[in-house]
Design a protein around this ligand. Structure first.
Ligand code: OGA
Ligand code: NI
Length: 358
């Protein structure tokens, strides 16, 4: 056998320069055909995903939304949000074609030459609300995550049109528009159960006043068992609507110390509760830890829409939830401070929510 000759790129400082500073992303690294995982990506043993802590017989609920106005559909949504914090929906009304187009657009963006993608990196992007990056918070992380992303904070369509990459903006906008009624139906059902009878303008801002859409790209990884696509975290959203392709690899924290796979179902959307909704519902709905494995043979994509409060909203348990005398578990916090706290550190499971605990 030939000896393995180290190429210059596998010298450790060059990796960080190549991937992060020079914005080639981990996709650029993957395409060089590395035989072994650079050490920056090696996760501590306890963060790696192994078969020993996966529960294959468990699965999160799958909810058919064809008759979404029926009581029993609302009930299964609320039950799933209370018990699991995660579920999949089918027959949700977003056309298959819209879903396929946004997946194609994601591949189109990541297949652009590095210099095109670099136009949306932190230093070059025309706006703070559009960001091409890699890993999660590379400055704060001890081990990097095997993922690139394009993240877009959404205020208005005009702004999106002006700032988003033309390789994907039409399809992404169509997907965002298409998912709007689904988001509203889910939130209406969830609010009824916690005595919020009407979603007025204030509540609308708190529940869905801003959105962030990410195009996630998990390139083929030489040693997937040593790293992660995304480490353990909960989302800071009220709700997250996630479109995944047919590859799989998302795991959700189940009972005990186990992890449950979220199998790809054609045409479905994965829904999960985020920290903001856990706080507003005073813990009734739970944001659940989840993570993504790296894949040794396929490039995986996913497209989450994080439905969020507005950055300048104060969030805390809703008065309707506390009306019966329940003690507040969380204080009022400025949402932008909460989000800043999340991004300031590496992914660390459910720890972000401590920030809001009384
Ligand atoms: C996220 C996330 C899961 C996935 O982007 O916050 O959890 O399957 N993504 O990509
Ligand atoms: Ni997430």
């Amino acid at each position: 056998m030939d000896p393995i000759v180290a190429t210059p790129i596998s010298e450790s400082s060059n990796i960080t320069d190549f991937v992060i500073t020079n914005r080639n992303g981990v996709k650029g690294l993957s395409e060089m055909g590395l035989k072994t995982l650079p050490k920056q990506y090696i996760q501590p043993v306890e963060e790696r995903i192994t078969v020993s802590n996966i529960l294959p017989q468990e699965s999160i609920p799958i909810i058919d939304m064809s008759n979404w106005d029926e009581q029993k559909v609302s009930e299964s949504i609320c039950d799933a949000a209370e018990k699991w914090g995660f579920f999949q929906i089918i027959n949700h009304g977003v056309p298959i074609e819209v879903l396929e187009n946004v997946k194609d657009a994601t591949h189109r963006f990541f297949n652009l030459p590095a210099e095109e993608k670099r136009k949306f990196s932190k230093e070059n992007s025309p706006s703070n609300s559009v960001r091409f990056g890699t890993s999660f918070s590379p400055e704060a992380e001890k081990a990097l995550e095997w993922k690139d992303y394009l993240s877009m904070f959404y205020v208005s369509e005009e702004e999106a049109y002006a700032l988003w990459p033309s390789a994907c903006k039409d399809q992404v906008l169509e997907y965002m528009r298409g998912s709007e009624p689904v988001i509203q139906r889910l939130l209406e059902a969830l609010m009824k159960r916690i005595n919020v009878k009407e979603i007025d303008e204030t509540k609308k801002s708190l529940l869905m006043g801003s959105k962030r859409i990410n195009l996630n790209y998990y390139p083929i990884c030489p040693n997937p068992e040593l790293t992660v696509g995304i480490g353990r975290h909960s989302d800071v959203s009220t709700l997250t609507i996630l479109l995944q392709d047919d590859i799989g690899g998302l795991y959700v924290r189940g009972n005990n110390d186990s992890w449950v796979h979220v199998p790809p179902i054609s045409g479905s959307l994965v829904i999960n509760v985020g920290d903001a909704l856990q706080i507003m519902s005073n813990g009734r709905y739970k944001s659940i830890e989840h993570r993504v494995v790296a894949n040794g043979s396929k490039n995986r994509i996913s497209v989450p829409i994080f439905v969020n409060p507005r950055p300048d909203d104060m969030i805390g348990p809703f008065p309707e939830v506390l009306a019966g005398g329940e003690e507040a578990l969380y204080k009022q916090v400025l949402y932008s401070n909460y989000v800043r706290h999340f991004f300031k550190k590496a992914h660390d499971g459910k720890k972000t929510i401590e920030f809001a605990k009384i």
